[in-house]
Structures are given as structure tokens and as C-alpha cells.
Design a protein. Structure first.
Length: 308
């Protein structure tokens, strides 16, 4: 049996910071309104999906003490590729000087966890070290005059280096699911902009995140008290708070960065994970619960026993 271990981590966000006060200059909104409903205070806007992914990947490689030449495969979770064809992952591969497999994975905001499970599968059948990246430029597919969406979305990327280990490794359990009948709740057509039925997404998101997280914890043989840190998708602070309450995981044991980064879709979990690691909140032996939901609808959870 071959398992996985995360050995390096990195992030990238555009230089441009847009505050709630900045948005209030062009939208009928205010800092108080946005914070109360979303928990967001500022977000980073700009860049390209491939450019942010390359920057995050390079930082993750430095963190792991690896070179791009040592990476066998690259998995890029994104809903905002640079173009329709080809995929963006090969551009990232070329940008970091890597050789090997490279492909895009689109599971919306659940993409990073889907990618984590995919990476573990590749390792199980023989892959060497991998790069897993979540990178998004949601501002490119957003009508910035639409108050419901414009105040939420942001751009950014997060990456981890994943290496094979003998034995079960860090990934204790996972749960993936989707319901295509709900695609109308959160979508973007070719050439269009993001649409979201916010109230219905909120209602369903809390339910599916809680169910997925409970299944993943049960499969790992763990309960809420055993989770040292929850790393949720940063969609809305109130969703995170509701999920924590229903899971009986105190909010203090969740990594929350939505106030600084906004909703970056598949980049949000690695951004939150990176913040927790670099701020000293993650220790060897800790049990981490990664969980999220997104358009599709998709939802996914994974339990990691950290040994980074």
C-alpha cells in the first residue's frame, strides 16, 4: 500500500486589494452590509489562472525542497481556465519547467478535495511526487455590477506538493458526491457571467457539507472531538459557522480566511490550509477535516492526519 503526505505548500494572490469601501463607490452596498452577510472585508483581484498557479506552485516546491524536475504529475483544480482548449495545467507545467502529466479538474469549489483524492489515487498506482493546485480568477466571469456576486468573488491560488509514502499515509478517509439536478443554482454559461441563487445554495450547502463531513469522519473512525482543525471552503462566513455548529466543532477550531481573501472557489481550501500551517496552528499528528461544496452541485470532504 502506498499513501500520501503533503510536504510543501504555497499561495499566490494578485497585488490589487479591493476593500468593501472600494466596492461601495460603484455598488449600492457598504462595508457593514457585506461583512454582516458574508464575513468578507477585502479580496484580491487580477492576474491569470495559470500565472497565479505557477507562482503558488513555485512556492510550494521551495517549501518542499523539491524541483519541478522531480514532479511526476500536476493536477490543477479550477473553474476558470485561461481558455476552453487547451487545458490550463499544461501551461502551468511549462511555466514551472516540469515534465510529466498535467490536467485540469473542474469540480467547482470542491475541486481541491476532489484533486486531493485524485492525487492519492495516482500515487496508489505508482506516481511519484505530484503538485496539486487550486487556482481561480473568478473576477473574469463576474458581472461586477451584480451586487449579489461582485461582493463575494475573488482571485487567488494555493498549491501543495504531495509525495508517496509506504503504508496508509496521511489521507484517512474521503467522501465525494454531486447532484447534477441542482446545476441551475450556481452556474456560468460559455460567454456568460456567474449566477447564484444565494438563499437556496446556502440552505443546501450547509446540509451537504455536514453530511459529507460526518461520513468522512465516520470512515476515519473519528468524531468531532477528534478533529483538531477544520479547513472549510470559504464561501460565506455564516455557512462555515452553521456547519461548525451542526458538526459540534467549535468555530475556534476552523481555519477562516474569508475576511481577507473572499471566495476563491477551488483555491479557498489551500489558502486556508496555508494560513493555518504558516501561523503554527497545524502540528504533526493533528487530524484535519477538509470540506467544501460548489456548483454542480458538488461536495467533498477528506480527513488528513497531518505529518507534514
Amino acid at each position: 500500500m502506498r499513501g500520501i503526505r503533503i510536504t510543501g505548500w504555497g499561495i499566490a494572490v494578485p497585488d490589487k486589494v479591493v476593500t468593501n469601501d472600494d466596492l461601495s463607490l460603484t455598488l449600492d452596498t457598504s462595508d457593514e452590509w457585506i461583512v454582516e452577510r458574508t464575513g468578507i472585508r477585502e479580496r484580491h483581484i487580477g492576474g491569470t489562472t495559470s500565472g497565479l498557479a505557477i507562482e503558488a506552485a513555485q512556492e510550494a516546491l521551495r517549501s518542499a525542497g523539491r524541483t519541478a524536475a522531480e514532479i511526476d504529475n500536476l493536477v490543477l483544480a479550477t473553474t476558470t481556465p485561461d481558455g476552453i482548449v487547451p487545458g490550463t495545467a499544461p501551461s502551468v507545467q511549462h511555466g514551472i519547467g516540469m515534465h510529466g502529466g498535467a490536467f485540469d479538474l473542474n469540480a467547482a469549489c470542491s475541486g481541491f478535495v476532489y484533486g486531493l483524492v485524485t492525487a492519492a489515487g495516482l500515487v496508489a498506482v505508482g506516481s511519484g511526487p505530484l503538485l496539486l493546485i487550486g487556482s481561480e480568477t473568478l473576477s473574469r466571469i463576474t458581472d461586477m455590477d451584480d451586487r449579489k456576486i461582485a461582493v463575494i468573488v475573488a482571485d487567488g491560488a494555493g498549491a501543495v506538493v504531495i509525495e508517496p509514502v509506504e503504508g496508509p499515509g496521511s489521507l484517512l478517509s474521503w467522501n465525494l458526491n454531486a447532484d447534477g439536478s441542482l446545476k441551475h443554482l450556481l452556474k456560468c454559461e460559455h460567454g456568460g457571467t456567474l449566477f447564484m441563487d444565494g438563499k437556496e445554495v446556502f440552505r443546501r450547502a450547509v446540509r451537504v457539507v455536514v453530511d459529507s463531513a460526518e461520513r468522512a469522519m465516520a470512515d476515519a473512525g473519528l468524531g468531532p472531538d477528534d478533529i483538531d482543525l477544520m479547513v472549510p471552503h470559504q464561501a460565506n462566513l455564516r455557512i462555515i459557522q452553521a456547519a461548525c455548529q451542526r458538526l459540534s466543532i467549535p468555530e475556534e477550531r476552523a481555519s477562516i480566511v474569508i475576511d481577507r481573501y473572499g471566495n476563491t472557489s477551488s483555491a479557498s481550501i489551500p489558502l486556508a490550509l496555508h494560513d493555518a500551517i504558516t501561523s503554527g496552528r497545524v502540528h504533526d499528528g493533528d487530524n484535519l477535516l477538509l470540506t467544501g461544496f460548489g456548483g454542480g452541485m458538488t461536495w467533498a470532504s477528506a480527513v488528513l492526519r497531518w505529518n507534514g
